[in-house]
Design a binder for this molecule. Structure first.
Ligand SMILES: [Zn+2]
Length: 126
């Protein structure tokens, strides 16, 4: 289940961000939300990822965090007809050119997995 490895890397990144804030003298209470960019070609099942995250984030500052996901459409360059633009996944493993149906493509986008930012709540009362 590769969702678990994504969940683990998200948690690690967040815990590192929390540690950095602590080093700056701040007092993070909770990581409440995360904004992700996920390419449709990653085939990540977000429900599974969230479930895995809930399990590993239990009793951490990230417990109960909300996921906001922006999906990125596959972007291709067709090596047969030269079409460049968005494409739809044909099945679970591939995409095809919407003009000529070729699968001889250069994939230029759609495999992203980026943490855009996270919302950390702080204890402001010094
Ligand atoms: Zn084409």
């Amino acid at each position: 289940m590769h969702e678990l490895s994504y969940a683990t890397s998200i948690l690690n990144a967040l815990m590192e961000a929390v540690e950095n804030q602590k080093e700056l003298g701040k007092n993070p209470l909770k990581v409440s939300e995360i904004n992700l960019e996920v390419g449709e070609l990653t085939l990540i099942q977000m429900e599974q990822l969230k479930f895995a995250f809930e399990v590993i984030a239990e009793n951490t500052i990230c417990e109960g965090m909300k996921f906001n996901v922006e999906y990125i459409k596959p972007h291709i360059l067709c090596k047969d007809c030269g079409y460049e633009g968005d494409a739809m996944p044909k099945d679970e493993i591939g995409v095809y050119c919407p003009k000529c149906n070729s699968m001889h493509l250069k994939i230029k986008g759609g495999k992203e997995f980026n943490i855009k930012n996270a919302i950390i709540e702080f204890d402001d009362e010094e």
